[in-house]
Design a protein around this ligand. Structure first.
Ligand code: CAO
Length: 410
């Protein structure tokens, strides 16, 4: 079966997490992704957080599957020539180096428009135009500067980062959407375009509801927040749902660190919920009857439910509450997740075979297209496809490739 991005060739000059996640998704959707890496070293993550000596780390293997690896020193003249030849035969260039890194090598948007005008040139940087544009950024810096850290955690604790990589992987998904839109527009214009995503912007987009609440705060306290006092910025609100229906993480039996279930109280499930937890004595009690009445003492309301959840496991509660249509979800730890049979069945936790590492687990593709099935492959070894790409795509001879190898160009 064909793939959605079949025929799209991507020159992938990404590294670490933000860029590679984007191009990995493109590869999963069928694009031909050629990852260009520094000869001898490659993407720095190949050797970061290694669990097996001298073998590509899981950091690398889980972010670079289904790609081909070409080592190429773009700071050598021959390396640059090869890069331009590749770009002229490609559709997309993706990079996430520090600000100005490719410009310093003469690979600029202006030159790209002259030499390869159909190429979509996509970048992730920490920041957009303005005071911070020359600064480098990592995940947690973007969380700090995009509104996530100041609003995550508990009121009496410090600003907290989230486990989900919203700065890196979040930016990657934003970039993917922008690249696909640019490729669609190219069908009309015939031209590529400059596509840029800033990590700070992506996090702010994902923290949009906190700017909603900032403006509401100007008109009075945020009644659905667990906080009692408010200053002039949105506070950390612990495990409050952040939406129009209240929610909280409730303790379950036997009381381990992740024996919790997150429960949301929709107005129409309140009465069935009281029956399920055997608290019919509260039916008709004014302080518990309407959403408005419950809002002023949500901690007590959730406390009533928690008295019951603490006597049951999170899975028992999940089953019991789902039976009466109460939205809820047990807190799953990483051990739960890798063992989860539904995640295995749906291909979200997959095993891949790697020539040096053996079998390893990776997280599959959350995008499902009925006419473009995703097959999760392995990541390439450093320079594994150098000769193949140079011969196949650029038509170079074996001896030319060998010469470049001895000169350290590839
Ligand atoms: N051949 C020759 N040189 C190469 C090369 C190749 N194939 N690939 C990369 N390089 C060089 C670049 O030209 C650059 O050289 P200069 O420093 O001489 O210009 C260098 O390698 C990479 O520079 P960098 O600034 O990108 O790398 P860094 O490790 O100092 O910074 C990071 C890393 C992530 C902070 C920075 O790249 C960045 O801010 N990127 C944008 C934001 C981003 O994506 N961050 C998320 C990373 S995931 O957490």
């Amino acid at each position: 079966m064909s793939k959605a991005l079949e025929g799209v060739r991507v020159v992938d000059m990404t590294h670490v997490q933000a860029g590679p996640v984007c191009t990995q998704m493109m590869a999963w959707l069928g694009a031909e992704v050629i990852k260009i890496e520094l000869p001898g070293r490659g993407d720095i993550t190949r050797s970061q957080l290694r669990d097996i000596p001298d073998v590509d780390s899981l950091y690398f293997t889980m972010l670079n599957s289904n790609k081909r690896s070409l080592t190429l020193d773009i700071k050598q003249p021959r390396g640059q020539e090869i890069l331009w030849e590749l770009l002229r035969r490609s559709d997309v260039l993706v990079e996430n180096f520090g600000p100005g890194a490719l410009d310093r090598q003469g690979i600029t948007w202006e030159r790209l428009q002259e030499r390869a005008p159909r190429v979509v040139y996509a970048s992730i940087k920490g920041f957009g135009p303005g005071d911070y544009e020359h600064a480098k950024a990592y995940e947690t810096i973007a969380q700090a500067m995009g509104g996530s850290m100041s609003t995550t955690g508990f009121e009496d604790g410090p600003p907290t980062s989230t486990g989900a990589q919203i700065g890196d992987s979040g930016s990657a998904i934003h970039l993917l959407a922008a690249i696909l839109a640019a490729l669609l527009q190219r069908q009309q214009t015939g031209c590529g375009q400059r596509v840029q995503v800033a990590m700070q912007h992506s996090v702010l987009n994902l923290a949009r509801v906190k700017i909603r609440d900032h403006q509401r705060l100007e008109r009075g306290p945020l009644a659905e927040y667990p906080n009692r006092e408010f200053g002039d910025a949105v506070p950390r609100s612990g495990n409050a749902s952040g939406g129009g229906q209240p929610g909280w993480a409730l303790r379950c039996h036997p009381g381990g660190p992740n024996d919790f279930i997150y429960v949301i109280i929709q107005p129409h499930v309140w009465e069935p919920l009281l029956r399920q937890i055997e608290r019919t004595d509260l039916l008709g009690v004014a302080a518990y009857q309407t959403p408005e009445a419950r809002l002023s003492h949500l901690d007590e309301v959730f406390g009533v439910i928690e008295e019951w959840t603490m006597r049951h496991t999170k899975w028992q509660v999940f089953e019991s509450f789902n039976a009466i249509d109460v939205p809820c979800g047990p807190v799953l730890d990483t051990k739960d997740l890798v063992a989860d049979s539904s995640l295995r069945q749906s291909g979200m936790i997959v095993e891949v075979e790697h020539p040096e590492r053996g079998r390893y687990l990776t997280v599959g593709c959350p995008l499902r297209l009925s006419d473009s099935p995703v097959e999760i492959g392995r990541s390439p070894l450093l320079g594994e496809h150098s000769a193949q790409v140079l011969e196949e795509v650029l038509g170079l001879s074996g001896s030319e490739v060998e010469l470049m190898r001895t000169q350290g160009v590839i």
